[in-house]
Design a protein around this ligand. Structure first.
Ligand code: PBG
Length: 340
C-alpha cells in the first residue's frame, strides 16, 4: 500500500482544526474546562445504633452502616483527605418507627448523638443533616399521612420538620437539609431557626428532588424501602415528576426566595439539564446529589466487566460538575478524594 492509498496525499483546506489542542496530554490539560476537586465533594454517610460491626449494604458495594464510633473515625479520615462536609442519614431500628415518625423529635435520637460526637471529635468537617421523616415513619413516607392514608399532609409535616431542624441546629450541625419536598418548608424552617437563635445555621434545600427509581438502593440502606407491603414506595404526590423541567426550576427558585443557602438537584446524572438550568437561574450554590442508584449501576456494570469502574466513576462526576454543580454529594467521595 503506498501513501496515496492511505489517503496521506489528501489535504482539506481547513483554517480551524480543533484537534490541534488535543494532541498531547499537556495541551489537553491546559485547555481543560472542568475539574473535580476535593472541595467539591460531600460524603453521605449512614449511621446506625449500637457499637456493633459496620454493616455492608448489599446494593451499594463499599458503603457501610456505621456505629457512632466508626462514623466519627470515618469523618476524621475524610477530613484528612480534604473532604469538607458529610451528610448524615440514620438507619433507624424498626421498633422505633411509628406512623408519625415520633423518633424524629427525640432530643437524644441517633442522628443528634452522632452529630454531637462528630462535632466533639472531628470538628474540622462540616456536618449536614437530613430533615425528613422517612427514616422514622413506619410507612416510609416523608411526612404525616392524611386520615385516609392516601396523601402526605403538607403543613402538619412542615411543623414537624421545623422542630427537627431546631434539634439538629442545637446539636451543632452546620447545614440542615430538608429533603421532603413539602411546600413552604424552607421558609418555615428559616423562620423557626432564626427565632430560636440559629440564624447562622444554613439550609441546603433538596429543591428539585424527583420521584426517581434511582433511590432504590438507598431505601435498602436506611431501611425505608417498603410502605404497607409495597416494594416501591410511591412519593409522586410530593416529589417532582421526572418529566418536568419548568416545574423543577420554579420549585427550586421558590426555595431560594424562602431563604435556601444552597439549592439541590437530585438525582444528578439523569438530570444534568436541570443542574445546568438551575445554575443559570439561581444566585446561590447548586448542589447535585449523585444518588444510590447511580452509584449502584456503575458498580454493577463494573462487576460484570462491562465498564471500567474508575473511568466511569470519574466521568460521571466530571459530567455533573460540567453541568454546573458547585458541590456534589456522592458515595464515591472518599475514594475519589484519595485518587486526587
Ligand atoms: C428521603 C431521601 C431519599 C434519599 C435521601 N433522603 C430518597 C427517598 O427515599 O425518597 C435518597 C438518597 C439516595 O438514593 O442516595 N428523605
Amino acid at each position: 500500500m503506498n501513501s496515496s492509498d492511505k489517503g496521506m496525499d489528501f489535504k482539506l483546506d481547513l483554517l480551524r482544526r480543533p484537534r490541534r489542542l488535543r494532541r498531547n496530554a499537556s495541551l489537553r490539560a491546559m485547555v481543560r474546562e472542568t475539574r473535580v476537586g476535593v472541595d467539591d465533594l460531600i460524603a453521605p454517610l449512614i449511621v446506625m445504633d449500637g457499637e456493633g460491626e459496620k454493616q455492608p449494604v448489599g446494593s451499594m458495594p463499599g458503603l457501610f452502616r456505621l456505629g457512632i464510633a466508626d462514623l466519627v473515625a470515618e469523618c476524621r479520615e475524610l477530613s484528612e483527605l480534604g473532604v469538607k462536609a458529610v451528610a448524615i442519614f440514620p438507619f433507624i431500628d424498626p421498633s422505633l418507627k411509628d406512623p408519625l415518625g415520633s423518633e424524629a423529635e427525640n432530643p437524644d435520637s441517633l442522628v443528634l448523638r452522632a452529630v454531637r460526637a462528630i462535632k466533639r471529635d472531628a470538628p474540622q468537617i462540616s456536618v449536614i443533616t437530613d430533615v425528613a421523616l422517612d427514616p422514622y415513619t413506619s410507612h416510609g413516607h416523608d411526612g404525616v399521612l392524611s386520615p385516609d392514608g392516601k396523601d402526605v399532609l403538607n403543613d402538619a409535616t412542615v411543623q414537624r420538620l421545623c422542630r427537627m431542624a431546631t434539634l439538629q441546629a442545637e446539636a451543632g450541625v452546620d447545614i440542615v437539609a430538608p429533603s421532603d419536598m413539602m411546600d413552604g418548608r424552607v421558609g418555615a424552617i428559616r423562620e423557626t431557626l432564626d427565632e430560636e437563635g440559629f440564624e447562622s445555621t444554613a439550609i441546603m434545600a433538596y429543591s428539585a428532588k424527583f420521584a426517581s427509581a434511582y433511590y432504590g438502593p438507598y431505601r435498602e440502606a436506611v431501611g425505608s424501602a417498603s410502605a404497607a407491603g409495597t416494594t416501591l414506595l410511591d412519593k409522586k404526590t410530593y416529589q417532582l415528576d421526572p418529566a418536568n423541567r419548568r416545574e423543577a426550576i420554579m420549585d427550586a427558585l421558590m426555595d431560594e426566595e424562602e431563604g435556601a443557602d444552597f439549592v439541590m438537584v437530585k438525582p444528578a446524572g439523569a438530570y444534568l439539564d436541570i443542574v445546568r438550568e438551575l445554575r443559570d437561574a439561581s444566585e446561590v450554590p447548586v448542589a447535585a446529589y449523585q444518588v444510590s442508584g447511580e452509584y449502584a449501576q456503575i458498580h454493577a456494570a463494573a462487576q460484570l466487566g462491562w465498564l471500567d469502574y474508575e473511568k466511569t466513576r470519574d466521568e460521571s462526576l466530571l459530567a455533573i460538575k460540567r453541568a454546573g454543580a458547585d458541590v456534589i454529594l456522592t458515595y464515591f467521595a472518599k475514594e475519589v478524594a484519595k485518587s486526587l
